[in-house]
Design a protein around this ligand. Structure first.
Ligand code: UT7
Length: 323
């Protein structure tokens, strides 16, 4: 059967690093509070000339180079983002243009922090159905642009960045030992809209708006939703937590990650953590974490990796991938 394998990965981060201490001069907070409650020590913040499109393009170019491919080899781009350059056209199409692609198609995927898992699933569906052979899956965000920098309950949590993977159709035996996406599971539930949303938009306020979050409420739901959808992925494949080589969760809060891994019985040594360096980069956090662990030699070809995310909507999802 046709499987979607990961052929290359790449990332891009804004030049400017903002450490927790900087927030002590902006709002009533401390480095100690931020580290204790979230695990975040620093995040990257985009300058004016760094946008979702430019970061996404840079991550895409890095992933293509890593795969030994050029834009000519790609037939589809899916960009997971909640911070597009414009309301329309899709920022994915802008990235397509920046890459010099005059063929294929590109679109944005809006599932907030779950965007990358949604985008991987969309890419996998296109590949397995024969609609695409090689797909650039990008997660790119500039959440710094939609933060209320006077709200200490949200502004300390997020960062900017981009990560990308090249996914490619490959014939595999059709077994659980195959390379590629083995299963993915997506969920959403709009009843939770008011717990995490942006208070603006073209059709409602004609403004961009700012991120609003009832953090404690999101936290309360996060661990249960994450562990449920991962159990769905285990049930679909027969694998268990012990079979995983690596757990690459969305990086929102160290405590959520630790609690989810603990509840699932995943060995803490198998958990990839980048929230300390990047903060919560929404749809970019999983490819940023994946790429970091590939670059430092932890994640290797053949490893069984669980990707997972939960975010605004609520949306949540998990994808089990053999590298
Ligand atoms: O990626 C999408 C999904 N998003 C998430 O997963 C985020 C989920 N939520 C969280 O990560 C956590 O709820 C937060 C990190 C946002 C907050 O941690 P918490 O342990 O849930 O704290 P809390 O909201 O219960 O607030 C505890 C206290 C409050 O003061 P009182 O009411 O106890 O007096 C807050 O006002 O901490 C206060 N507080 C702060 N203090 C210093 C809130 N933000 C700050 C701050 N610095 N930046």
């Amino acid at each position: 059967m046709i499987r979607s394998i990961v052929r290359g990965v790449g990332t891009a981060l804004p030049r400017r690093i903002m450490k927790n201490a900087e927030f002590e001069t902006l709002v009533d907070t401390t480095d100690e509070w931020i580290v204790q409650r979230t695990g975040i020590r620093q995040r990257h913040v985009a300058a004016e000339d760094e946008t979702t499109a430019s970061l996404g393009e840079a991550a895409a170019r890095a992933a293509l180079a890593n795969a030994g491919l050029t834009p000519a080899d790609i037939d589809m781009i899916v960009l997971a983002t909640s911070t597009p350059n414009n309301t329309f056209p899709a920022t994915a199409v802008e990235i397509q243009e920046r890459l010099g692609m005059r063929h294929g198609f590109a679109f944005d995927m809006q599932a907030v922090c779950s965007g990358f898992v949604y985008a991987v699933t969309a890419a996998d569906s296109h590949i397995r159905s024969g609609l695409a052979r090689r797909v650039l899956v990008i997660g790119a965000e500039t959440f710094s642009r939609i933060l209320d920098w006077s709200d200490r309950t949200t502004c300390v949590l997020f960062g900017d960045g981009a990560g990308a993977v090249v996914m490619e159709a490959q014939e595999q035996p059709g077994l659980n030992t195959d390379r590629g996406v083995l299963t993915s599971h997506l969920r959403s539930d709009g009843r939770h809209k008011s717990k995490l949303y942006v208070d603006g938009g073209p059709s409602s306020t004609q403004t961009t708006g700012h991120l609003r979050m009832e953090g404690r409420e999101v936290f309360k739901h996060a661990v249960g939703m994450i562990t449920d959808v991962i159990r769905d992925a285990f049930a679909a494949t027969g694998y268990t937590a012990d079979d995983l080589d690596w757990f690459v969760p969305h990086q929102a809060n160290r405590r959520i990650i630790d609690a989810s891994a603990h509840k699932l019985g995943i060995d803490p040594a198998k958990v990839i953590i980048t929230v300390d360096r990047h903060g919560n980069t929404s749809a970019a956090s999983i490819p940023l974490a994946l790429c970091a662990a590939i670059a430092d030699g932890r994640i290797k070809r053949g490893d069984l990796v669980m990707l997972e995310a939960m975010g605004g909507g609520f949306t949540w999802g998990a994808a089990l991938v053999r590298m």
